[in-house]
Write a protein that binds this ligand. Structure first.
Ligand code: G7M
Length: 327
């Protein structure tokens, strides 16, 4: 565990270095900066609407305008870490709320650096981003191989999110300092790095993604026997390197692909086994080990089998399934 702690501290160090850069520019690929001593880059943000919030998950998704551009901001309170407890109890102010017999409740006001809110900014945000974070009714769709070719594929070719952020990672134009491991082989290789949902401060919500170097595989649907070496390589080296860096063994990991994914460039999710990450339910997540075995049993499993997935009420793909009489 000592190693793990060391690595997490090291990761923090990298983030702090990055945070020393002077000014946040919402349009720059670097996209991060330290607000200390400078006007907050978010001070001009004007809220249009709160798309979603959860008291239980302690997060809020907000749509608004940042410097006249459409933006989505995600605010999320992060878990309390054991390693900050000493400082938290020593250095915070305590305001008593109420006292009754042996019971007392307080408002504890920690020093600013122990009271951070993880903040994700998407700017300029497209209408699709806004919809993605809005609370919506969802419907389960069962897509046959033929449905994929005649309905889904033409739709995603015309509509899907840009994967520029993925190419920036592969080309080392963004997040290069966050890469945990890279296998540079252009056929079998991939880049493993923290998902931007993970702040890397604790292991219980560990979340990394492996992004393949190949640019011709959109999703699970494209995978066949020719891709087995790639998938086996990702599983083996992904697990090995997560163990090396974080001390988390393969039997404490959930390794899976989303179908449908949000971004149509093949990537694999590695999360802590006990962490209920968004999108890890049976209606969307496909365990990598199942995917490998299914293809070993039937080389064209993912071209021929029906796959089910949820679609939101306002998703254009749902309308396409309706128009085709498939709902
Ligand atoms: O499988 P699906 O397409 O739904 O998942 C994509 C994953 O990529 C999600 O878990 C996102 O949190 C993650 N992600 C999305 N973006 C835009 C970024 C990014 O810019 N950097 C990193 N590191 N992860 C991202």
């Amino acid at each position: 565990m000592a190693d793990t702690k060391h690595e997490l501290d090291a990761a923090d160090g990298n983030e702090n270095d990055a945070a020393k850069r002077p000014r946040y520019d919402p349009n720059s690929d670097q996209g991060n900066g330290d607000a200390s001593g400078l006007e907050s880059p978010l001070s001009g943000f004007k809220t249009t609407t709160v798309l979603r919030d959860s008291a239980r998950e302690k997060n809020m998704f907000i749509h608004g305008k940042l410097n006249d551009q459409e933006a989505v901001i995600i605010l999320e309170k992060t878990p309390i870490r054991e390693d900050i407890l000493l400082e938290l109890f020593r250095c915070s102010r305590l305001n008593l709320d109420m006292s009754n017999d042996i019971y007392r409740t307080y408002q504890l006001q920690p020093p600013a650096h122990l009271n951070e809110i993880k903040t994700t900014v998407i700017c300029p945000a497209t209408e699709k981003h806004v919809k993605k974070y809005q609370l919506q009714e969802t419907y389960l769709v069962e897509e046959s191989g033929e449905d994929y070719r005649s309905i889904t594929l033409p739709y995603i070719q015309s509509q899907s999110f840009s994967v520029q952020w993925v190419y920036n990672i592969l080309d080392k134009k963004a997040e290069a300092e966050r890469i945990v491991y890279e296998d540079p082989d252009q056929e079998l290789g991939f880049v493993l790095l923290p998902d931007f949902k993970w702040d890397q401060k604790q292991l219980n919500d560990l979340y990394l993604i492996a992004i393949v170097h190949r640019r011709d595989i959109k999703s699970l649907r494209d995978l066949n026997v020719l891709h087995l070496p790639l998938l086996i390589n990702i599983r083996k080296k992904g697990e090995e390197n997560i163990f090396k860096r974080y001390g988390v063994t393969a039997n404490k990991l959930k390794v899976y692909l989303h179908y449908q994914p949000s971004y149509y460039h093949l990537h694999v999710h590695f999360t802590a086994l006990s962490y209920e990450a968004p999108g890890c339910g049976v209606e969307r997540a496909h365990l990598l080990s199942d995917v490998i075995q299914n293809i070993q049993l039937d080389y064209e499993y993912y071209q021929s089998r029906s796959l089910s997935f949820p679609l939101r009420a306002d998703d254009g793909l749902l309308s396409k399934f309706r128009e085709a009489g498939r709902l």
